[in-house]
Design a protein. Structure first.
Length: 209
């Protein structure tokens, strides 16, 4: 994009779901063509970035709470009480309501649709949970796969579960509101022979073919 959209957390009260709600399908298709052409793999991390808008959110919350109640003592040695509180902190926040909730729910659905369009065009979507000490180990990844299959339209043998033919994608990043208001254009090579993609949070690089 000539003038990329930059996403910053808590800027003006907007979040990623707000930005996804403004997705322009025509520009999204242009960006998908560029990503597929350069063998970019995407890890959307719906579970970490777009809660609580998935349909099974309440079930995921219950699974995560039960996890620590039933966890092996050896695992809990790595999860002192303060870390357990951090892993479950997201469930204590009051969710948006009214028009804000409707807009963000649509943003979540747009994000799902974008990644399915990307996979259908030949792109590779990698299930991932953005795992760190504030996530529930194991559950986050399983729940991400459940979102891809249950709401995203992916199947167990779809491109979301396979590596590219070369064995490894040249780059993996998240796609967030690639196409909102600015015209897309093909990236150009730099002196370091790399293609730079501006995402909503950072610049990612992928080697030229």
């Amino acid at each position: 994009m000539k003038t990329p959209v930059i996403y910053e957390r808590n800027q003006g009260g907007r979040n990623e779901a707000d930005m996804w709600s403004e997705m322009d399908d025509a520009r999204a298709k242009e960006m998908i063509q560029i990503l597929v052409q350069h063998n970019v793999a995407l890890t959307p991390t719906f579970r970490a970035r777009l809660s609580p808008y998935m349909k099974d959110y309440a079930q995921f919350a219950e699974e995560d709470r039960r996890f620590f109640d039933n966890a092996d003592s050896n695992l809990l040695a790595y999860y002192p009480p303060d870390r357990i509180l951090a892993a479950l902190a997201g469930y204590r926040a009051a969710p948006p309501t009214g028009a804000v909730a409707e807009k963000r729910r649509q943003g979540y659905l747009n994000a799902l649709r974008f990644h399915k369009m990307f996979a259908d065009a030949g792109g590779h979507v990698l299930p991932g949970a953005n795992t760190n000490p504030t996530r529930v180990p194991g559950n986050s990844l399983f729940q991400e796969v459940a979102i891809l299959a249950g709401e995203g339209g992916f199947t167990p043998i779809s491109r979301s579960c396979r590596a590219p033919p070369s064995g490894r994608p040249r780059h993996s990043t998240r796609a967030r509101t690639w196409a909102r208001s600015k015209p897309a254009r093909s990236p150009t090579s730099s002196s370091s022979n790399k293609i730079r993609y501006r995402t909503s949070r950072r610049i990612c690089t992928a080697p030229t073919p």
